[in-house]
Ligand binder design. Structure first.
Ligand SMILES: [Zn+2]
Ligand SMILES: [Zn+2]
Length: 169
């Protein structure tokens, strides 16, 4: 588990906050202290975080408020929600603020693994995507690729086989 740097160690990322503020303004929203705390935490964690992980790091913010902040930030295009299943929802900053990447989602434990694709992989995906969209005269501006399955920990513990068996019933 990554430790979140304390306030004094966290570099003040002016660009990040300026960008978030612009996106929020565009959505007629203000950059409140609560929303700022969410953005700072997600930026410091650097991986998709569950609501319990967020609550653990920001104990002074009630879970319901944290959830509302995330929904607002999502609406403004600041935060993206990723989930293999509803109860496994994870939140991360959108690619406007990070870099293009894909996800491997474990449907057994909910783990989300960020994967940064190689240039060659991206070229292959981009070609396949434009072929797919071009057939419908659709102009592609971006893509998101989430892959569902079972993580190595779940496969090793045998959890994955049990979960697939129940999922099928
Ligand atoms: Zn797993
Ligand atoms: Zn891609």
């Amino acid at each position: 588990m990554n430790e979140v740097p304390t306030e004094s160690e966290t570099p003040v990322n002016g660009d990040l906050h300026d960008l978030v503020e612009v996106l929020l303004l565009r959505a007629d929203q203000r950059y409140t202290a609560g929303r700022r705390a969410m953005v700072e935490l997600l930026n410091a964690l650097g991986h998709p975080a569950s609501i319990s992980e967020i609550a653990r790091h920001l104990p002074h913010i009630p879970r319901s408020s944290a959830y509302r902040h995330l929904v607002d930030l999502q609406g403004a295009g600041v935060v993206r929600r990723i989930a293999a299943k509803d109860e496994f929802a994870r939140f991360e900053l959108t690619e406007v603020m990070t870099e293009h990447h894909h996800h491997l989602l474990c449907t057994t434990c909910g783990r989300v693994i960020d994967v940064t694709p190689s240039d060659e992989f991206e070229r292959t995906v981009a070609r396949a995507v434009s072929e797919l969209a071009g057939a419908r005269a659709f102009r592609v501006t971006s893509h998101a690729l989430d892959v569902f399955g079972h993580c190595s920990a779940c496969l090793e513990s045998g959890e994955a086989s049990t979960a697939s068996a129940t999922a099928r019933s």
